[in-house]
Design a protein around this ligand. Structure first.
Ligand code: 13P
Length: 284
């Protein structure tokens, strides 16, 4: 369970005169504690339903009584959704990798939120950088997807993140602020409990170049500050912000130790049940 640095400082500021020994502790309150969230994004993998069922079954088997108290989800290709849900037997959540914001009609190849909802899917990704860059999805389209997912009563994981050149120009915070504001446009404070943010710097995705815990922490803190501006501090403190980009068993513990990193969105390592199992069983 996590408190943002801002909240922690304000709590410590208000109590420190009476309880100086609390300074530096990670004590949390039930009011704004955030449950960790570990998720895998399978992208265009694996190649057959048999492999998908076997991988989902093996990953579910890694969740034991001694695992951290965390939400776990797999975002999988549409055709594997129902088989994967059957395989994991409610031990974890299975979500879609995207949605079409249209409800019905002449949109060849598209899948709507009502179709997903009707087969029991409650989560979907929006805004992944591969959708933005390879499929040309714009902030407006991503916002329409978020609104449709929320309107359907489902939950959305909104992905944001800067390119390598934007990172080198020190623009990570600005890019994330724009993507957050545009992606969440029209989503109310009350609906934010069905939104999770995933910060995925594009230069770290599939490259083996994981952001340092300090870099990721600083962008996460700035995203939380934007959420506080858009909504309020309570909403910002309650919203989970995950890190994604080359997360491995070797990097997860230190990342999860950062005060504003509430989980991980994992690509490549989520296709390996030993690796993803270790990530689910992070130690922070
Ligand atoms: P990798 O973990 O393979 O870098 O992918 C991250 C990602 O894009 C998850 O959505």
């Amino acid at each position: 369970m996590k408190l943002s640095a801002v909240t922690l400082l304000s709590i410590l500021g208000s109590v420190s005169a009476f309880a100086p020994s609390l300074i530096g502790s990670r004590a949390s309150t039930h009011l704004d504690a955030r449950k960790p969230f570990i998720s895998g994004n399978w992208k265009l993998n694996p190649q057959t339903r048999e492999e998908a069922v076997s991988l989902a079954t093996d990953i579910a088997g890694k969740i034991t009584d001694s695992s951290p108290d965390a939400d776990v989800a797999l975002f999988v290709p549409y055709v594997f959704l129902e088989s994967a849900m059957g395989a994991v037997d409610s031990k974890l959540m299975v979500g879609a990798e995207g949605v079409c914001p249209e409800v019905k009609g002449a949109f060849t190849g598209a899948v709507s939120t009502s179709m997903l909802d009707s087969v029991g899917v409650q989560w979907a990704l929006a805004g992944h950088s591969e959708r933005r860059m390879i499929f040309g999805e714009t902030d407006d389209l991503i916002n329409a997807q978020c609104l449709k997912i929320i309107g359907q009563g489902m939950s959305v994981m909104l992905c944001i993140g800067e390119s390598e050149s934007e990172y080198e120009q020190n623009l990570a915070g600005n890019v994330c602020a724009i993507q957050l504001r545009k992606g969440l446009n029209g989503i109310s404070k009350e609906q934010m409990d069905r939104v999770v943010i995933a910060y995925e710097p594009v230069w770290a995705i599939g490259t083996g170049k994981v952001a340092t815990p300090e870099t990721a922490q600083s962008v996460h803190a700035s995203c939380r500050a934007i959420l506080a501006e858009m909504y309020d501090q309570e909403t910002a403190d309650a919203t989970r912000i995950l890190y994604g980009g080359s997360v491995t068993p070797e990097s997860v513990d230190e990342l999860m130790g950062q005060p504003d990193i509430d989980g991980a969105l994992v690509g490549g390592a989520s296709l390996d049940c030993e690796k993803f199992g270790r990530i689910i069983n992070f130690q922070a």
